[in-house]
Design a protein around this ligand. Structure first.
Ligand code: GLC
Length: 583
């Protein structure tokens, strides 16, 4: 659902990764906003920390492994308030070392940290006068870790933000919870119901005042899940925020609520957006520590994700879930160190850059920097081209120099050909994770977009230009090969979705075909904007065939998204080379 809404928003605001540099006159308000967001936009990479009482049960309650994300255990396992409160008695994270955490983030190349000051369970991780249900008063620890973290951040020049769950509070009679909107009662019948405003006035607002006041000037306030939030409550909290003109907040105070940035969660949007955004992402599956969650993403895929996000003009807030002892698990620390090694050498191609000016680069991503009216392109080569030619499609520019970011003496030969720039990429793979090639140009660039569009009555959507959305768990569909040989393979999980963006210059009725193969009957849904069609594909003798999927009417010109989703109850596995729309 969230993804669909996001997509509609994307469609409305798509600008195909055009940088925000515009030269038109900016309003006073925009200038102020730009000044406030400057450090955040430059930062690109931050650490999210989910730490709270839930790190004690770590995903397990009364000997049972509770499914889902660990910080939701109180709700998912239906734990009564009094029983959950007792976790505080054993919460003594003596191994917590604020400086160690900050240095871990800093060495990974992160520029800011956002930590849970109070999650949905209602337990404050700071010394709060507004509620004794906090780490200082209710645990044997008797320390304020957020104060220590704030001091360490100051010392090491890392920006700090607090996450605060303003609506959901499962510990308080007036707090909300998932299900409240449908009239489902709180799982603990002893918790008497009270109004949201009473809870906001007695706990949320006073605590928000405390965190804004007592932690040396927060840089970010990160709201979450505005379940059953009212406009009245949101305005009251916003009034407090307004007293801190440099404070950056997200879009989750209320719905809809712009905030300073939007927060795609656990997925990367297919294109850039013309407002600020930050992807929040776990390294495994859960945000809070869950001892048996071993679904780790590799350091390589996290680096690719960071670069992908930067190439679309966004930030990555990458999560760690410390243990009840106060330790960031080794599996996270090791990955952070690996990311840091890459960032130390290649950070210039990420920090302070803006979105790629290209629609798609099949071999990788691009970020760019404007300096004194000149443009520097950073080409992130994720799949080294086998033919040793790196094609930059549709680029017109005065190229001055092309070299390896980590070794400027390593130059590359290049030439213009058929409206493209071709860089001779020798077969030495300089960095197996991501080699960054710098293209220095003089003046601004001229780019002809390579977004698929009508040519000879057809719009062809090659596998290489697809966006594959895999679920957190399960078998992941992948792109094999490049150019005409590229194929989407391993698409056996029915939760995988694949999307393509394309441009329609001539509205009308389009026939949709696919070059594909499958071993068994498969049901697929095809959506373009509001229109959806469903079809069934027959087995294809293990060879690629052009299959008719149906036809759709496109009534308006412009950028569109075509998306393919499996019919869940009728799915086996398919492979796709391309989609063809024809008039
Ligand atoms: C969700 C979850 C929450 C997590 C957050 C991070 O909204 O409710 O547990 O803190 O996402 O973005």
């Amino acid at each position: 659902m969230a993804r669909t809404i996001f997509f509609l928003l994307t469609l409305l605001t798509i600008f195909a990764c055009t940088p925000k540099s515009g030269t038109s006159e900016k309003s006073e308000e925009t200038k102020q906003q730009d000044a406030k967001m400057e450090w955040w936009r430059d930062a690109r990479f931050g650490m999210f920390i989910h730490w709270g009482l839930y790190s004690v049960p770590a995903g397990e309650w009364e000997g049972r492994e509770i499914p889902g994300i660990s910080e939701w255990i109180m709700l998912r396992a239906g734990i009564p308030v009094k029983d959950y409160e007792q976790l505080a008695e054993n919460f003594n994270p003596v191994k917590f070392d604020a400086e160690k955490w900050v240095l871990l983030a800093k060495n990974a190349g992160m520029k800011y940290i956002v930590i849970t000051s109070k999650h949905h369970d209602g337990f404050a991780m700071f010394h709060s006068k507004a509620s004794p249900y906090n780490i200082y008063d209710a645990t044997p620890f008797k320390r304020d870790p957020l104060k220590e973290l704030s001091d360490a951040c100051k010392k090491h020049n890392i920006r700090l933000g607090f996450y605060y769950s303003q609506a959901q509070d499962w510990h308080e009679p007036g707090g909300t919870y998932s299900g409240i909107e449908k009239g489902t009662p709180h799982w603990d019948p002893t918790l008497k119901h009270d109004s949201l405003m009473n809870y906001i006035q007695q706990k949320a607002l006073p605590q928000v005042k405390e965190i804004l006041e007592n932690y040396g000037g927060l840089d970010i306030l990160w709201w979450d899940t505005p379940i059953a939030m009212t406009e009245e409550a949101a305005k009251l909290l916003q009034h407090e925020v307004d007293k801190y003109p440099n404070l950056i907040t997200n879009n989750r105070l209320y719905r809809p609520w712009p905030g300073d940035f939007s927060t795609p969660e656990q997925y990367v949007p297919p294109t850039g957006l013309d407002y600020d955004w930050e992807v929040c992402m776990t390294m495994n599956t859960s945000w809070g520590y869950k001892w048996y969650d071993n679904n780790w993403k590799s350091a390589e895929s996290l680096i690719h994700m960071l670069v992908d996000i930067a190439s679309k003009g966004g930030n990555l807030l990458l999560n760690v879930g410390p243990t009840a002892e106060g330790i960031i698990p080794d599996s996270s620390a090791v990955r952070l160190e690996q990311i840091g090694n890459w960032m130390k050498q290649n950070g210039e191609s990420v920090y302070g850059t803006s979105a790629s000016p290209f629609f798609k680069l099949p071999w990788g991503r691009c970020t760019q920097r404007q300096e004194n009216g000149n443009t520097i392109l950073y080409l992130h080569v994720l799949n080294w081209p086998k033919d040793q030619v790196l094609k930059i499609p549709g680029l017109k520019a005065k190229i001055q120099d092309v070299y390896l970011l980590t070794n400027p003496k390593q130059k590359f030969a290049w030439k213009f050909e058929n409206g493209n720039v071709l860089i001779h990429a020798p077969s030495v793979i300089f960095d197996p994770i991501n080699t960054v090639i710098v293209v220095k140009t003089k003046g601004y660039l001229k780019i002809t977009s390579n977004m698929p569009t009508l040519k000879d009555g057809k719009i062809e959507l090659p596998a290489e230009f697809s966006d594959i959305h895999n679920p957190g768990y399960g078998i992941h569909a992948v792109l094999h090969g490049s150019g005409d040989k590229a194929v989407i393979k391993n698409w056996s999980d029915s939760r995988v979705q694949v999307e393509w963006m394309f441009n329609v210059s001539e509205p009308g009725i389009y026939k949709i075909e696919s070059l594909m193969k499958t071993k068994a009957i498969c049901g697929i849904n095809i959506g373009v904007g509001e229109q959806n069609i469903k079809t069934e594909i027959q087995p294809s003798d293990d060879k690629f065939e052009v299959v008719l999927l149906g036809q759709i009417q496109i009534s308006e010109p412009g950028n569109k998204v075509l998306n393919i989703t499996p019919v869940k109850e009728n799915w086996d596995e398919i492979e796709i080379k391309k989609i063809i729309l024809s008039k």
